[in-house]
Structure formats: C-alpha cells, structure tokens
Design a binder for this molecule. Structure first.
Ligand code: ADP
Length: 281
C-alpha cells in the first residue's frame, strides 16, 4: 500500500520571505495527522502546498505514490479534498449548491448530477448538521456555519485524503466535538487520511495519531502527542511557558495556558526568596 503523502525538503518563499524552510513529512493512509505551530510558522503554506494550491520553490510531494505534479486538477480532486480556512465560494450560491459542487470531479462530460450525487450531498449535510440551511445563501451564514458547509463539500467529494485548515476555529464546543468525531469516524470506518492544521493543541492531542510541530518554516518535531507536546518543545516553539500535564480523559498530554499574573507572582516569589538568601549572613 502506498503512503498517503510524502513531502521531501519543501522550500517556499513569498517575495523573498521564507515560509517553508526544508519541511519533510510522511503521512500513512488512514492516519490522523495534525500540523501545529505558532502563527506564521508555515502551517497554511504547507497544507496548501500538499493540496497543490501553493507551489514550493523546491522539494517534492507525492500523493498516493504519485508525484503531485502528475495529477490533473480533476484527478487530484477525486483523491484529495481541501477545506480552506476561509470559504472560497461565491457568496450568491446556496448551501445545497456549494455542497453539491463537491461531486464535480466525479461527474461525466455533461456535468449532470445523478440521484446518487444528490444523495451523497444530502448525507454530507446531515453529517455536518446543515440540512436546515440548504436553501440559504452563503452570505447569510455565520462563520461556523460556513465552516461546516466547506467540510460538507469536502465530504461530498468522497476523497481518500482530507486536508483541513483549522476546521473548527469558528465552531462552538458542541460543533467542534461533532466535527472532530466525524473526522475520526471517517478515519476509522472509511480509512480516510486526515491532515489538519490545528491551532488548538489539545484537540490535536486528543484526535491526532501524530503531530508535526512547525517553527519558522521548519519541522521541529514529529511523533505521537506525548513526544511532541512536551514543556520544552512548546516553550521553544511558542515562546511562552505552557504547563503540560495529563488529560483526565485519556492517557495523553494536556496543555494549559498560564495567565501572566501567575507567572509574575511566581517570578516575584523566586526573586524574593533569592534576595532573602542573599540577605542571610
Ligand atoms: P501559519 O499558517 O503557520 O500562520 P502561513 O503559512 O500562513 O503560517 O505563513 C507563513 C509565513 O508566510 C508568514 O510569515 C506569513 O506572513 C507569510 N505569508 C503567508 N501567505 C503569504 C502571501 N500570500 N504573501 C506573502 N507572505 C505570505
């Protein structure tokens, strides 16, 4: 079985500024792979490179054993779906129309949808709980609803690989869990490979089989959550102190933010104890 994604030594610069600085990764078929890292570390650029919507200056990408450059757009869309951070759809379309567009790489020359195509689109709307929005136009939706429409369209594409850029960033907690559980089910029940940019480290830990921690366009660490989400790795990558303990839900690391006031207090305590030691004769 060929690997879902292999990327070797990717470099990409925007107007002289290096966004990817030699990133490599391998994602197995049926794996849930999360890309994490601070703002500007290259996560979106990496995901867009894997999707073929950004072109690295150097490096190679293979999708399901074939060079990305050898795929036609249509062929690629039959194998891989991208859920971008912001909807890329014309706002005059209805939700139903946008979701049905996911079928276009599978349609014949005339581009006519069959009853089966409509059934698949309906199933995707049910799975993402947007059936009640079917006749609304995109501009009439909230950010979280638009995000669910984009996920429904990707599902309708029926891909082997799903790439998602922070798919839960505008969702409330119930919808976050629903979407993450749905992605997990796609993985376990259908063997779909999920690659997701995650800004929420705890979601990445709870759902990701492996994580890639990016910093300054470089892959700093790759591995299971327990190896990547360590105090030292996070402090170095994010430039702040984060407390890592164990999740009460599963045997996984949990990342806690520490408000500055607690850090200041701690610093003061340490400074005080140091100065009182100095005072001792
Ligand atoms: P992340 O997703 O980790 O926040 P990005 O991949 O969006 O990072 O960006 C990586 C770097 O590339 C950042 O410094 C960002 O400002 C820059 N960048 C991203 N997109 C563009 C663009 N279209 N033009 C110029 N610079 C860009």
């Amino acid at each position: 079985m060929s690997r879902a994604i292999t990327a070797d030594n990717l470099f990409l610069a925007y107007a002289g500024q290096q966004a990817l600085n030699g990133v490599s990764l391998q994602v197995e078929q049926g794996e849930f792979f999360a890309i994490i890292g601070p703002n500007g570390s290259g996560k979106t650029t990496l995901l867009r490179s894997l999707a073929g919507t950004a072109a690295p200056d150097r490096g190679t990408i293979r999708i399901l054993g074939r060079e990305l450059a050898d795929y036609s757009r249509r062929e690629l869309a039959r194998n891989m779906a991208l859920v971008p951070q912001l909807p890329d759809q014309d706002f005059t379309f209805t939700v139903r129309e946008v979701v049905l567009m996911g079928r276009s790489p599978h349609l014949g020359l005339l581009g006519l949808e069959s009853g089966r195509d409509h059934d698949i689109a309906r199933g995707s709307m049910e799975a993402t709980r947007i059936e009640h929005l079917a006749d609304r136009r995109m501009h009439q939706l909230s950010g979280g609803e638009k995000q669910r429409v984009m996920i429904a369209r990707a599902l309708t594409q029926d891909p082997a690989i799903m790439l998602l850029d922070e798919p839960t960033s505008s969702l409330d907690l119930a919808h976050q869990i629903r979407i993450m559980d749905l992605l997990e089910r796609l993985k376990t029940e259908l063997g779909i490979t999920v690659v997701m940019v995650a800004h929420d480290l705890n979601l990445a830990a709870l759902y990701g089989d492996r994580l890639l921690l990016l910093r300054d366009g470089r892959g700093e660490h790759t591995g299971p959550p327990s190896e990547v989400l360590t105090f030292d790795n996070l402090e170095r990558a994010f430039g702040c102190v984060l407390l890592v303990d164990e999740s009460p839900v599963e045997d996984l690391p949990r990342v806690n933010i520490i408000p500055g006031r607690h850090l200041d207090r701690d610093l003061m305590r340490r400074t005080k104890s140091r100065s009182s030691q100095e005072d001792e004769p």
